[in-house]
Design a protein around this ligand. Structure first.
Ligand SMILES: Cc1cc2nc3c(=O)[nH]c(=O)nc-3n(C[C@H](O)[C@H](O)[C@H](O)COP(=O)(O)O)c2cc1C
Length: 282
């Protein structure tokens, strides 16, 4: 038996979190759980196309995701028109994978269908409040992630693109989105050109609570996480964000990077867009 064959699910959990565990020690590192634990986003693809029938299979998997009340409020637009693709890619030049990926699509939250069905059935849509928006967003996220996991199971790689929401007016116009339909994320798809890397996650002690929400140890937990991530991969000084405003940090961990990232306002047009698309967010 080679070393690789002897790896267990516990080893994969350790890779993901950078923490020792005995959970899954008796389970071989193979099958769907192993694939989920070692999954990663891919932003570079080789030139091989994605076969049409495989794409159809992946959409069938995506729309097998669970859906709130069976209302099925996710939709997707595959961008096949080269000019539309170029216009979208040009909006986001910092992410060339949008234009380069063999396949690019945009996932949508879709509260329009059920409202049209109410019209067709002569019934009122009596849930015109925030939950209608949330349900469509959640359904869309579940369908997109199911698509991603299905794609990764075949060896394909994906990269979601939430930055399409920074340009929601232009995306809405290009895709001709009607009322009650909004973009959740783009998705690049193709055969990975590189192996990629596992992105270390926050420890379960931060994300998994028992019986009540408790973040009393957050500061220490984040400190430990920053150090574990940095020990595996140190963000180079030249990749620190906004050094003109915040300077070059001696220790630049995940939390400093994320705090700097969200210290800049973006997507302030999304709320007005969604309201213009007639969602009531009260
Ligand atoms: C909803 C969503 C939106 C994302 N948007 C972008 C994006 O606009 N550009 C990008 O390069 N990656 C994007 N990503 C990829 C994340 O950066 C990536 O999932 C995260 O860094 C964790 O890495 P991993 O998926 O390899 O574990 C997005 C991921 C999700 C789930």
């Amino acid at each position: 038996m080679t070393r690789t064959e002897a790896r267990t699910i516990a080893d994969l959990i350790e890779d993901r979190f950078g923490l020792a565990t005995e959970a899954g020690r008796g389970m071989a590192a193979e099958g769907p759980l192993a694939r989920i634990l070692s999954r990663r986003t891919h932003r570079r693809y080789d030139s091989r196309p994605v076969p049409e029938d495989l794409l159809e299979v992946l959409f069938a998997c995506a729309f097998s995701a669970s859906a709130k009340s069976d209302l099925q409020q996710a939709s997707v637009v595959v961008i096949r028109d080269a000019e539309k693709r170029r216009r979208i890619a040009d909006l986001i030049p910092s992410m060339p994978w949008i234009g380069n990926a063999p396949v690019f699509m945009i996932w949508l939250g879709d509260s329009r269908r059920i409202r049209r069905i109410c019209d067709m059935r002569g019934k009122p849509f009596a849930n015109d409040h925030l939950d209608a928006f949330l349900n469509a967003a959640v359904d869309c996220g579940l369908a997109m992630q199911t698509f991603i996991l299905a794609a990764e199971a075949t060896g394909l790689g994906c990269c979601p693109i939430s930055v399409v929401r920074n340009h929601v007016d232009q995306i809405g116009e290009i895709l001709e989105l009607p009322d009650w339909v909004f973009p959740v994320a783009g998705l690049c798809l193709g055969w990975p050109a590189r192996e990629g890397f596992i992105s270390m996650r926050l420890p379960p002690s931060v994300t998994v609570h028992t019986d009540r929400y408790d973040d009393s140890c957050l500061a220490e937990e984040i400190g430990g996480y920053d150090r574990r991530r940095d020990a595996r991969y140190s963000i180079p000084a030249e990749q620190q964000r906004m050094t003109d405003k915040y300077g070059v940090a001696d220790f630049y961990g995940w939390s400093e990077d994320k705090a700097r990232q969200v210290s800049v306002t973006e997507r302030e047009k999304l709320g007005p867009y969604v309201r213009r698309k007639r969602f009531c967010l009260d």
